[in-house]
Ligand binder design. Structure first.
Ligand code: SF4
Length: 423
């Protein structure tokens, strides 16, 4: 979501005649920030500190946008008085006017972190994206769930959705421009509600009918809302990727309750069984928080056993990070850092073994892969199967943006290796 907001800000600035640059000699530095964990927030102030000295020698603007801007507001000016503007998560679209004003009135400051009360997110067409084969489309934003550890309801505000016709219009434009894959984005896609009553299942089926659209992904689905109806639409439509990101966060019912996740381990596992019972190869991924306050060894082991039972194709795992204003922050004492770190490392090792086993079973299979880029090492191409498995293989860089067939020949815990397959 933050990446998409950055692309919109760059698009707005470019449409106003400001060329974007990423060098040290830029005239405007904009930090679009994340505050989901404390570490990300601290990074911002360390980057800002580096710019402080430079500002003594030449004129340039520094802006802070995104979640840290939303939560910290005026405090950013107190901690970093050389910052020129602070724009909240629902005000970033004003960036063009703000920058223009401050160029003309250098030395003044702008703070705008109002939670825009409009029932719809703004329709922004100026989006600067370098690749055209894969597009990201916002369908809803905000969250009403208030998981006890999460700062998102405070940084992104309450849920609001775009109109169905606007989402469809944007997707159609991208397809016309050559997009192969569309990613529908929302903090909770299942909470999508068009004012005319269409829900996420309606939206997904409508999007899947768009002619020429080869792949649809969406993120993120809250486990409490994931249901048979949604799964049926995924199964019935070939162009909806068979990947489900279903973040459990913990395997212990005690911790899930304290996290206010509104499902039990058993209910979560029922949904996993429902997915597996389709007989279709789905990639299932999840997010985990270890070291949530009061997490006992037994609670933690329940999380490990959930990993074992589900066999996720990939996970994102983090140490609990207390975030201001959240219920967990107000109510609980944080756990010992050493224990949190130890549990995190152990969980990641545990998952690595599971992924190795899973990936081994894929050798010899042929997958359709959307080629995304040159691999990190620079010697092969990198792409993804519809299950979201990462595959590296040799091939011409002209294949980037195309779907090709790849036969899996080797594996590591994180990636599959393969070769181009032709019948
Ligand atoms: S569902 Fe929970 S974890 Fe996800 S954004 Fe909302 S409050 Fe945060």
């Amino acid at each position: 979501m933050n990446v998409l907001d950055s692309e919109k800000m760059a698009g707005i600035l470019e449409s106003r005649g400001f060329l974007s640059s990423s060098g040290d000699d830029a005239d405007i530095f904009i930090f679009n920030t994340c505050s989901v964990r404390e570490k990300a927030e601290e990074k911002l102030f360390s980057y800002l500190g580096r710019l402080k000295k430079k500002k003594k020698n030449r004129k340039f603007l520094i802006g802070v946008c995104g979640c840290v801007a939303q939560v910290e507001g005026e405090r950013i000016f107190k901690r970093a008085p050389y910052v020129d503007f602070v724009l909240g998560t629902r005000r970033f679209f004003k960036i063009g006017d703000v920058v223009r004003y401050l160029i003309e009135n250098y030395g003044e400051k702008i703070l705008d972190v109002e939670m825009d009360g409009s029932p719809y997110p703004p329709e922004i067409k100026e989006i600067k994206r370098n690749e055209k084969f894969r597009e990201y489309v916002l369908i809803m934003e905000g969250c009403n769930n208030f998981c006890s550890y999460c700062i998102v309801p405070f940084t992104r505000g309450r849920e609001r959705s775009r109109k169905l016709e606007n989402v469809l219009g944007e997707v159609k434009r991208y397809i016309k421009d050559g997009a192969v894959e569309i990613n529908l984005l929302g903090q909770n896609v299942n909470s999508y509600r068009d004012p005319d009553g269409y829900d996420f299942v309606d939206l997904l089926s409508e999007v899947s009918k768009i002619e020429g659209l080869k792949r649809i992904r969406f993120t993120t689905s809250h486990p409490k809302d994931f249901n048979e109806e949604l799964l049926s639409v995924m199964v019935a439509n070939k162009n909806i990727c068979k990947h489900i990101h279903l973040p459990p966060q913990s395997g212990s019912n005690k911790i899930l309750k304290l996290m206010n996740r509104k499902y039990t381990r058993e209910e979560y596992l029922e949904k996993i069984d429902m997915i597996k019972s389709t007989g279709i190869e789905f990639g299932i991924s999840g997010d985990f928080i270890v070291g949530f306050p009061t997490e006992s060894r037994e609670d933690y082991e329940k999380t490990l056993s959930l990993l074992e039972e589900v066999k996720y194709s990939s996970i994102f795992s983090f140490k609990y990070s207390p975030r201001p204003n959240t219920l967990a922050w107000r109510k609980f004492q944080d756990m010992d850092e050493k224990i949190k770190l130890e549990r995190l490392m152990n969980l990641q090792d545990f998952q690595k073994k599971i992924q190795l086993e899973l990936n081994k079973s894929k050798v010899g299979k042929v997958y359709e892969v959307l080629v995304e880029s040159i691999s990190k090492k620079g010697d092969t191409l990198m792409g993804r199967t519809e299950q979201n498995y990462i595959v590296n293989f040799s091939g011409d860089r002209d294949l980037i943006g195309n779907i090709v067939k790849v036969k899996i020949t080797d594996f590591s815990a994180q990636t599959l290796k393969g070769e181009l397959f032709s019948m």
